[in-house]
Write a protein that binds this ligand. Structure first.
Ligand code: PMP
Length: 435
């Protein structure tokens, strides 16, 4: 029973518009997934009623090394003793910029902010400052943040907020070429994520040719290529994601995992766009706070050591293979897509997501937090034993799903309604045929 959680939701409805807003709202989750948490450790969360969960959502990305990672906690505590938010940055800002420039191939400079949305918005502003042009080519339905130019909802958004965006279908190279042609000589830049990781659908890797075509078009047009690594950062590689395609962006955006949960994001760029970056005016009251920077420096140190990467790869493989076997044994076919470190787990022959929703609902009732529509994130606070525990739980859940297969309830109406409203904006590709 989630008595305290329910009470908190009721109280929040009185004093917080929408209760919890945005991606952390459980509005789109199956009933029974808790909204509020009171404790985190490693890969575990405790809800407001004291129930413990294996959390595969990893705070939707920020939990890279494990909640409460000992060395990151030490760095935070130590920095808190000295200073945090002041009338100027601490020297850590320079240390952190140097660390990022050393680690990321294309980076000659770094700017810091708080959220991924800050980073992507700054990046597009720099592209416009650099080129003196207005159009940005952007993948349809790709999430780059929650400001009017990027939010997946049109409530409160004016067409003028988006009139300088030209959308392309990220699975279709011709549509990219068309978008660039449409921009003519007013193309400031292209913003793209390393692969397609949108909600309610299978994830798509872009072929190498696509990355190369985007780079080539930006070069020809003298436009700025922005790679949005806010979600993928350090989960695809210990560096820039498109290095494996031989493609370097002019600007990249980082956030989420950078401080292992501390609020900090970054924009990195090449020398060619440095002057433009220094010409724009961007700032925030908390952007120079020292504690998140101390956390980021320690996170990057562990990232450079690289052992976390082997771990999250191994945990991801173990989970994917184990779920595949168990699903099959009970007569289900999963559609597991995306990198193993950022798994998207849907069911085949589940056009209205009802099996996925029931699966995640039963998992939550048994102490495992999975998402039926959003990619999840592996973290280094997981262990083989913990993954095996999830697999054991999944067996029980698959068994119940099998027994009740003909009677699985439809997903809540609120989810269908919201989805249908957002469908055109989400650019849903695969599994969007909701009634
Ligand atoms: N870009 C991408 C690719 C993202 O996944 C996100 C967040 N999910 C953002 C930008 C925005 O980041 P934030 O929520 O920190 O503003």
């Amino acid at each position: 029973m989630l008595r305290n959680d329910k009470r908190l939701i009721e109280r929040a409805e009185q004093v917080v518009p929408g209760g919890v807003y945005g991606h952390m709202s459980t509005y789109l989750m199956p009933d029974g997934v808790p909204q509020y948490y009171t404790k985190s450790k490693g890969t575990y969360l405790w809800d407001a009623d004291g129930n413990k969960y294996f959390d595969c959502l990893s705070a939707y990305g920020p939990n890279l090394l494990g909640y409460g990672n000992a060395q990151v906690q030490d760095a935070i505590r130590n920095q808190l003793e000295h200073c945090d938010t002041m009338s100027g940055p601490s020297p850590l800002m320079v240390d952190l910029a140097e660390a990022m420039v050393d680690m990321i191939d294309h980076a000659n400079w770094a700017m810091f902010c708080k959220n991924g949305t800050d980073a992507t918005s700054i990046a597009t502003t720099i592209a416009r400052a650099k080129t003196g042009r207005s159009k940005i080519v952007v993948g349809r339905g790709i999430y780059h943040g929650c400001l009017p130019w990027s939010t997946p909802s049109m409530e409160g958004v004016q067409p003028a907020d988006r009139m300088n965006l030209i959308y392309f279908d990220v699975t279709d190279m011709d549509s990219f070429t068309d978008a660039v042609r449409q921009a003519g000589d007013d193309l400031a830049g292209v913003i793209v994520t390393p692969y397609r990781h949108e909600v309610f659908g299978d994830q798509h890797f872009f072929p190498q040719e696509m990355a190369q075509l985007i780079r080539k078009s930006c070069d020809e047009k003298e436009a700025v290529l922005i790679l949005d690594e806010v979600r993928t950062g350090f989960r695809l590689s210990v560096g820039s994601a498109w290095s494996e395609h031989g493609v370097q962006p002019d600007i990249s955006c980082w956030g989420k995992m950078l401080g292992n949960g501390q609020p900090i994001s970054a924009v990195l760029g090449t020398d060619e766009v440095k002057q433009a970056a220094s010409s724009i005016y961007v700032t925030g009251s908390f952007w120079f706070s020292a504690v998140p920077m101390a956390a980021a420096i320690e996170t990057l140190r562990q990232v450079r050591e690289g052992s976390y990467f082997k771990q999250i790869m191994a945990y991801g493989r173990r989970l994917r293979a184990g779920l595949e076997d168990r699903a099959r044994a009970f007569g289900f076919e999963l559609s597991q897509t995306g990198p193993v470190t950022m798994p998207q787990i849907l069911f085949r022959e589940d056009p209205d997501f009802r099996i996925a929703y029931r699966f995640c609902q039963l998992l939550a009732q048994n102490g495992v937090l999975f998402s039926p529509y959003h990619n999840m994130f592996m973290n280094a606070g997981m262990t083989d034993e913990a993954i095996d525990g999830v697999l054991e739980t999944s067996e029980k859940v698959f068994a119940e799903l099998k027994d009740t297969r003909g009677n699985i309830p439809a997903i809540p109406d609120r989810v269908t309604e919201k989805l249908n409203k957002r469908k055109p904006l989400l650019g849903l590709g695969q599994k969007q045929k909701l009634a």
